[in-house]
Ligand binder design. Structure first.
Ligand SMILES: [Zn+2]
Length: 289
């Protein structure tokens, strides 16, 4: 694993390097908490450029590929080369984990990993593998184009996750801890969740799940230590519990790596009365063999 890739993985799991585990003040009157709940990930106006403005912008800025920046015919799209290179995840895959199978042995099969260690969430789906073009797009969303790219990636997520969307009542992003949010001032999961909600018409509750404590860096920990590190990292505030109870939740994130983060989030949601939790990400780490 390269250093850059490892850095991305650490970032995805949202563990500040070397950060100690700090228990958050649980006072409901904390003004800081109000700020995180009202954080405007994206102003709706930015999503809805008028057709005239779009045409004018296309004259000034000719469309380029969202991944490699080569000239292309359509705005906010992949060029033919990148489309061919992106590692789309399609069936056959594990019906629970969404990890691709090398050989098609028929529909409805589970992977050995899903049977040996069943996830807390019901199903996970992703548009593509977290490598090559897929990794570049996640990187751009994090550090670059953001709002417009989120619409493009969100569209692809709606397609890849249509079976999950058909059964979902509510969309939720995987939240960042507030200190993390402040340092980067941006949660790409919230941005993607907002786009998916807008495209599907599903209700969106960005504040219904909160991050309780800062977790230690996951790198170098065993699987059991990772789960322990995340224990209690998420909570459903009392005020938002009615939004969760009895609902089928679709959790949104940019990348799924080990699944430890979404499992911890799913556990908190089920504990708060959610009927079902499923996971839709743009990319996911796939380990072959
Ligand atoms: Zn390209």
């Amino acid at each position: 694993m390269t250093g850059q890739r490892q850095a991305d993985l650490v970032d995805e799991e949202r563990f500040p390097e070397g950060a100690p585990a700090i228990q958050e003040d649980s006072s409901a009157a904390s003004p800081a908490r109000k700020i995180i709940f009202s954080f405007p990930a994206l102003k709706p106006a930015r999503l809805a450029l008028g057709a005239g403005l779009k045409r004018a912008l296309a004259l000034i800025y000719p469309p380029v590929c969202v991944a490699c920046r080569a000239a292309t015919g359509d705005a906010q799209a992949l060029c033919a080369h990148c489309w061919g290179e992106i590692g789309f995840i399609e069936r056959p895959y594990c019906e629970r984990l969404g990890t691709p199978f090398a050989v098609d042995l028929g529909r409805g099969l589970l992977s050995p990993a899903a049977i040996a260690d069943p996830p807390v969430f019901a199903r996970a789906r992703a548009v593509c593998r977290f490598d090559g073009v897929g990794r570049e797009l996640v990187h751009r969303l994090k550090y670059g184009d953001r709002a417009e790219l989120a619409v493009t990636l969100g569209r692809m997520m709606v397609q890849a996750g249509h079976e999950l969307i058909a059964e979902a009542d509510l969309i939720l992003p995987v939240p960042l801890h507030r200190t993390r949010l402040w340092s980067r001032r941006f949660n790409q999961a919230a941005l993607l969740a907002q786009v998916v909600a807008r495209l599907t018409g599903l209700p969106h509750a960005p504040a219904a799940l909160a991050r309780r404590k800062r977790t230690r860096q996951q790198v170098g920990l065993t699987r059991a230590q990772r789960a322990d590190n995340l224990q209690g990292a998420f909570r459903v505030p009392d005020g938002t519990r009615p939004q969760i109870e009895g609902r089928r939740i679709l959790l949104i994130d940019d990348v799924l790596t080990t699944g430890a983060t979404v499992n911890a989030a799913a556990r908190a949601l089920l504990k708060a009365g959610a009927r079902q939790v499923e996971v839709l990400t743009f990319a996911r780490v796939v380990t072959d063999g």
